[in-house]
Design a protein around this ligand. Structure first.
Ligand SMILES: *Cc1c(COP(=O)(O)O)cnc(C)c1O
Length: 424
């Protein structure tokens, strides 16, 4: 559920009129709803009740400092995948004791920064990473709390580019070798085994893959304990999907967090571990829209194109994953729907948001909103075609705040120089 709805025919973010907002901040822009963000954290947490897990919000889904601060206010921690994200989480006031660090390619500098901060857990993805982490920690006289990310070799369904739990994926250590790897970690100075971690992918629309993966890691927790390891935490990752409103999926919306929690209660509660989750998309996906203005309506040979001022550099999901975003005219003037191809101004055929999408008649200058654009939208934006990163706006009841401003072209050019040569 989200707080984007029409009032007198005009789409609002909570009580903020998106047409008025567009006039004030200029298009294109992202707009997030604070009430929706709060609600999603609350629903997720409530689903687990007295299990009281650490909800480590996956920063990569939407890393705006204001969003992270709001998460912190709601009691969430952070799952970070880079030194930059660690810095953001700390800057937003997330306590280090609620931060976990994931990712296959942590650098030694990033490890050092995380050790200095005193984060809760390193999710280690290979034996060589463990060796590096041990070295970095020993050099500081620190002890790194670690869990290994287990690759359970299950297929999560969904798009291959966001599946992470198959044996052929680059993520985690093979579950078949976990005992051997934990035994080695127990012998490694500078690290302390604290848990087990798994994350099998994103936009997962069924419980089945979770069930297979979680059963596998629960069994592993028992085995590792029998081997003499102290396993206190079990990080079950993120990945629970959200409804994007695809018509072809009408029968198959992703499971509700309550059902997901029911499954976990059955599998993981008997283990008596501290549970950790890393939800990203579930929290922010439906809490954001991308608002764009129609530049031109172009009558092609066979179809009508809406050329809008947003492009694949602002929201790459359709181009990258063939993702579906529902499109809504910001002001609905009625009229019989007709099919439009909705495209951006970039010189690539992949710069397309939707094909043959039925919309009420749209005119030049009208606004359209790409719905469910809060996750993996702004964070994946680039400056391709020297298009400035677009503003992010947070709506809260009848107020709004610009939480990322649009840079000027001058600022964009500022890091570049004509060569002043040096010898290496
Ligand atoms: C991306 C990612 C997440 C978040 O996934 P969502 O599908 O957004 O919930 C969680 N954990 C790890 C390790 C990730 O890479």
């Amino acid at each position: 559920m989200h707080h984007f709805a029409r009032r007198d025919g005009v789409l609002h973010a909570e009580a903020v009129d998106l047409e008025r907002l567009a006039a004030l901040v200029g298009t294109p822009f992202y707009c997030y709803s604070a009430a929706t963000l709060r609600r999603h954290v609350g629903v997720f947490r409530a689903a687990f009740g007295d299990l009281d897990p650490l909800v480590a919000y996956s920063v990569k889904a939407n890393s705006n400092l204001a969003v992270l601060s709001l998460m912190r206010e709601e009691g969430a921690g952070a799952d970070v995948v880079s030194g930059g994200e660690l810095r953001r989480a700390l800057e937003a006031g997330v306590p280090a004791g609620k931060i976990v660090f994931s990712g296959v390619g942590k650098t030694r500098e990033e490890m050092a920064a995380a050790l200095d901060a005193g984060i809760f857990q390193f999710n280690v993805e290979s034996e060589n990473e463990l060796s590096a982490l041990g070295e970095v920690a020993r050099a500081k006289g620190a002890i790194a709390p670690v869990a290994f990310r287990i690759n359970p070799d299950v297929s999560a369904g969904g798009h291959a580019k966001i599946s992470t739990g198959k044996a052929e994926d680059k993520f985690g250590v093979p579950w078949t070798r976990a005992r051997e790897i934990y035994a080695r970690a127990a012998e490694t100075d500078g690290v302390r085994i604290q848990g087990v971690d798994v994350h099998i992918g994103s936009q997962i629309a069924a419980l089945d893959p979770f069930e297979r993966a979680f059963n596998r890691v629960a069994e592993l927790v028992r085995t590792l304990r029998a081997d003499g390891h102290e396993i206190e935490t079990l990080d079950l990752g993120g990945g629970l999907g959200i409804p994007y409103g695809e018509p072809e999926n009408a029968a198959g919306d992703p499971p509700h967090p309550d059902d997901y929690a029911g499954l976990i209660r059955r599998i993981a509660a008997p283990l008596g571990v501290r549970l950790i989750f890393e939800p990203g998309r579930l929290i922010v996906g439906n809490a954001g829209v991308l608002v764009s203005r129609v530049l031109y309506v172009k009558e092609g040979e066979a179809k009508k194109f809406l050329i809008v001022d947003a492009a694949m550099n602002d929201l790459i999901r359709p181009a990258l994953y063939d993702a579906y975003h529902a499109v809504a005219p910001v002001r609905d003037c009625g009229g019989a729907p007709q099919p439009y191809d909705i495209v951006g101004p970039i010189c690539e055929t992949s710069d397309s948001f939707a094909r043959a999408r039925d919309l009420p008649p749209v005119n030049e200058g009208d606004l359209v909103a790409f719905m469910s654009a809060g996750a993996y939208g702004a964070v994946q934006a680039s400056q391709y075609n020297t298009r400035p990163l677009i503003p992010e706006v947070l709506a809260d009841k009848d107020r709004f705040a610009i939480i990322r401003r649009r840079p000027s072209i001058d600022e964009m050019l500022d890091c570049e120089r004509n060569p002043v040569w040096s010898k290496a």
